[in-house]
Design a protein around this ligand. Structure first.
Ligand code: AMP
Ligand code: DBH
Length: 546
């Protein structure tokens, strides 16, 4: 078993097998089964290329064999940082087939994140583009490789470069050596948004992940007719599994890939490919709503738009069905496990007002107060959960796990929710030290630590501030030592350290001292109130002038 993985207790493992949640197949086997069932059906359509189920299964065998020839073996970790390309999907399955574990980085990650993933997981290989979206990944990769003892290979997609392996040269005609990959094995490491320090890594097994695919396919009505457009970063748990591109493969549908989420990219694809389903975060939904009526494209093939990742306001939710002529499905999920959906036959008020109910009848959800005592129905409290696909612990993080999980194995989600009489959850807030920037999660402490490294900074506290479009943005309150510096110098400092740009504070406020709680801790609640009032003041001044 993978070192650093916390398995489910024996009796629950037995239960989830007996009640049929865990089917006993691996993700690699799932693809091979589909290729047997419908060999000539198209599974991916992207960038002028079409790939059938049979071709995808064959190509991933070849790629898996190429990985083996590089010396990548079962349980080896491979950091994968690729855009929404066909090669991403091929890489996933090739690694699953040999039991090696992709570690899913996002294209926006930079030196800080990538070097941490490579070092912490002792990765053997790192797969990235040479250059993408004006960023030179090759240089980043070489720097990380020179500093990371375990890292043996940089594998570049798209281009060749000295001292790097070319991805396209890996498809080996030599037959794949069979590896004993079990459905109970960890399949990959997903990222959590994190709330303390660096983001935690989430080990997901084949068995439990395939169960989320199966249930998502049923709940989202995925069939062979489904054409699912991926516009969000494909390595994220949401476009991967809720129902995500993997759910589409489970259900025998077709995946369409888009490089980005702008209407200029996505709308022509919806028309051309007759897209029926797409998963969005609220800011993208808001943007699409604002432009839809003035666009020429025919979007009438759309049947379902999923929206999740951060809170969708009821006002925006109401407009989705009438504007796009399709159904809205809200989804509230987490890479740690639990996923909730509104159902496609739910009445409008549930779809608009709530974030849905758990995907599985075996999910256990509890809403508790500060003392872990359950609160009455409809009251707001902390959401705890355990079930057939919610992890029992983060990868190699025993100290953190002791706090993030209860003794009886419930995950403390850090979300404040209420549950109504029908069992539907509404997200009411959060008690984790995190900013949810339109679905992108930022751990305050991680960014605070980087700011503290600046010689002029004495202390810092980062909080969320409201934003009309993203829902939240980040605001850093900074106490300076004597010397004065400019706010843009601080931001440049973070960028130069190689921090992903979505983590750079949107706003910086100088402050002389922090407001404190009764216990003497920094009162982030007061800081949030302060910045909210300041923003309101500024807004009212603008509207008086206007
Ligand atoms: P992560 O643990 O990084 O995968 O992020 C999951 C978190 O995203 C959840 O715990 C929530 O805080 C937030 N989230 C996801 N979906 C929604 C949603 N539909 N509404 C509100 N918050 C959401
Ligand atoms: O935000 C998330 O992490 C998320 C949202 C919706 C998720 O992981 C998911 C669905 O599976």
């Amino acid at each position: 078993m993978l070192e650093g993985f916390v398995p489910w207790p024996k009796e629950r493992t037995k239960q989830y097998r007996e009640n049929g949640c865990w089917e006993g197949i691996t993700l690699g086997e799932m693809l091979s089964q589909r290729a047997e069932q419908f060999p000539n059906r198209i599974v991916i359509s992207a960038y002028g290329e079409q790939v059938t189920y049979r071709q995808l299964d064959d190509k991933t065998d070849e790629l898996a064999s190429g990985f083996q020839q590089l010396g990548i073996e079962k349980e080896d970790r491979v950091v994968v940082q690729l855009p929404n390309w066909i090669e991403f999907i091929e890489t996933c399955f090739a690694l699953y087939k040999i039991g090696a574990l992709p570690v899913f980085a996002l294209p926006s990650h930079r030196y800080v994140e990538i070097s941490y993933f490579c070092k912490f997981t002792e990765a053997k290989a790192y797969i990235c583009p040479k250059f993408y979206n004006s960023f030179d990944y090759e240089t980043l990769a070489k720097r990380v490789k020179s500093e990371t003892a375990s890292l043996q290979h940089i594998i570049l997609v798209g281009d060749d470069a000295e001292d790097c392996v070319s991805f396209s040269a890996l498809y080996a005609k030599k037959s794949l050596q069979t590896t004993d990959v079990k459905s109970s094995d960890v399949a990959f490491l997903q990222l959590s948004g994190g709330s303390t320090g660096l983001s935690k890594l989430i080990p997901r097994t084949h068995d439990e992940y395939i169960y989320t695919l199966k249930r998502s396919v049923e709940i989202c009505h995925v069939t062979e007719k489904t054409r699912f457009l991926v516009v969000l970063p494909i390595a994220h748990n949401y476009p991967m599994s809720s129902p995500g591109f993997l759910g589409i493969i489970y259900g025998g549908g077709r995946i369409i890939l888009s490089d980005g989420s702008s209407p200029d990219e996505a709308f022509p694809l919806i028309e051309k490919e007759q897209v029926t389903m797409c998963a969005l975060v609220p800011p993208i939904a808001i943007h699409w709503l604002s432009v839809a009526r003035n666009r020429q494209e025919d979007l009438s093939s759309l049947e379902v738009l999923l929206v999740g990742g951060s809170k969708l306001s009821a006002e925006v939710a109401k407009k989705i069905a009438p504007t796009f002529g399709c159904q809205l499905q809200q989804v509230f999920g987490m890479a740690e496990g639990l996923v909730n959906y509104t159902r496609l036959d739910d009445p409008e008020d549930l779809v608009v007002q709530t974030q849905g109910r758990p995907l599985s009848p075996y999910d256990e959800v509890k809403v508790v107060d500060e003392n872990d005592q359950e609160v009455p129905r409809n009251a707001v409290g902390h959401l705890l959960t355990r079930g057939p696909y919610t992890i029992q612990g983060y990868y190699k993080a025993p100290e953190h796990n002791a706090k993030a999980f209860t003794k009886d194995g419930f995950y403390r989600t850090g979300d404040l929710v209420s549950i109504n009489d029908l069992g539907y959850l509404t997200v009411e807030g959060r008690n984790k030290d995190q900013i949810n920037r339109g679905g992108e999660k930022i751990a305050a402490e991680e960014v605070e630590n980087h700011l503290l490294a600046h010689p002029s900074v004495l202390d810092v506290a980062i909080v969320a501030m409201p934003d009309e479009y993203l829902g939240e943005k980040s605001c850093a309150f900074v106490i300076l030592k004597d010397e004065k510096i400019k706010k843009r110098e601080l931001k440049a400092f973070l960028r130069e350290r190689g921090l992903a740009s979505y983590k750079i504070p949107d706003r910086i406020e100088w402050i002389d001292a922090f407001p404190k709680t009764h216990l003497g801790k920094v009162s982030k609640k007061d800081l949030r109130k302060y910045i909210q009032e300041k923003l309101n003041d500024q807004k009212s001044k603008v509207s008086v002038k206007g």
